[in-house]
Design a protein around this ligand. Sequence first.
Ligand SMILES: *Cc1c(COP(=O)(O)O)cnc(C)c1O
Length: 404
Amino acid sequence: MVKRFNRPFTQQEAISETAIARVTEILHTGRLHRYNTVSGETCEASLLEEEFARWQGVKYCLAIASGGQALQIALRAAGLKPGDKVLANAYTLAPVPGAIFAVGGQPVLVEIDDNWHTDIDDLRSKAEQSNAKYFLLSHMRGHIADMDTIVAVCKEFDICLIEDCAHTMGAKWKGTRSGNFGDIACFSTQTYKHLNSGEGGFLTTNNPEYAARAVIGSGSYMLYGSHGAIPPEEVFQKVRLEIPNCSARMDNLRAAILREQLPDLKENARRWNVRYRILETGFAAAPGLTMVERKQHEEFVGSSIQFKAPGIGREKIPDFLTRCAERGVEIKWFGGEEPVAFTSRYDSWHYLGEMDPLPNTIRVLSTTCDMRVPLTFSEQDCRDIVEIVSDEAAIFKTSVATNG
Ligand SMILES: *Cc1c(COP(=O)(O)O)cnc(C)c1O
């Protein structure tokens, strides 16, 4: 009997009973909007901001409607004007170019290297050529580049560094939390990320003016004073008329769900990594597949796993993945010419106009495969996945070998 896997790759864990109870309580009050409070009450969204700021180790935190909105508002808060150039690593998810486009920025895409990190040499040369003053860095799929060097390049060229931590909430690099290297960090709490409120996100910073502009930009009207982790009033007085209201507020229901989840994030990161290590070891031993070794100083959160399939080859990868899918194992490919589901390559973002070719990025992505690792999978599930993927890889590896 051929082994089949029959659990969904998109199934996250249930929302806890305590979170459900708290949400129900709020529903009974009818006060779902963050500025709808009774005298003496601090809303859930503000409490969440205090808690996330403390957890992240930053001064200021804004809870927001989505990670994508966090990116847009971060760019505006940092002072971006229409027509300004924005450096961005080309391997990322569609909300990143979408955010740059939405604020009128001109993306300058940077190559990635064989480890899926921003290519530092290309970053340096594009920083020099373009004179861009912003770098929107996605720690894509949790792979954190050499942050010492990236921060140094940003200093050298006077570039404002905005970190997209959608895949690195809870991760660290040389002991520093991802998000605390740049000037502003953005997080997502959309269902498939490390906290799950359906939609949602955070913006964090230690810069008081960026923080105040972000709060105003999120749609605080002049009610910003009730926020949980904000700079003093005089900073708001200075900036409050400088940024448009983008209506991207977090509501109290989502905030309540997130407040219940935050204390479990550290333990969940550990659980993700137990699963990741089983898959990593298994895939590394599979014929035709290679893993990128994670660097010692990268404390990542293995909520997804990437591998390359050079031994199967670009032409056969779609067939290999179809066969895996027929046995219930869902793997995405970043090498396709057409965008599929959540996965797209930079050359399918046509609204950006003509982009300079990025041959290294195309080459690396042409054999890059990507799999979600939801916490609803058991360790045995991960071993079953390894078995199926290894079986199928062996078939293709053999046929490649016999076809020369
Ligand atoms: C999910 C994601 C975002 C945006 O988050 P949303 O909350 O879905 O808007 C941004 N960047 C990356 C890399 C992501 O994966």
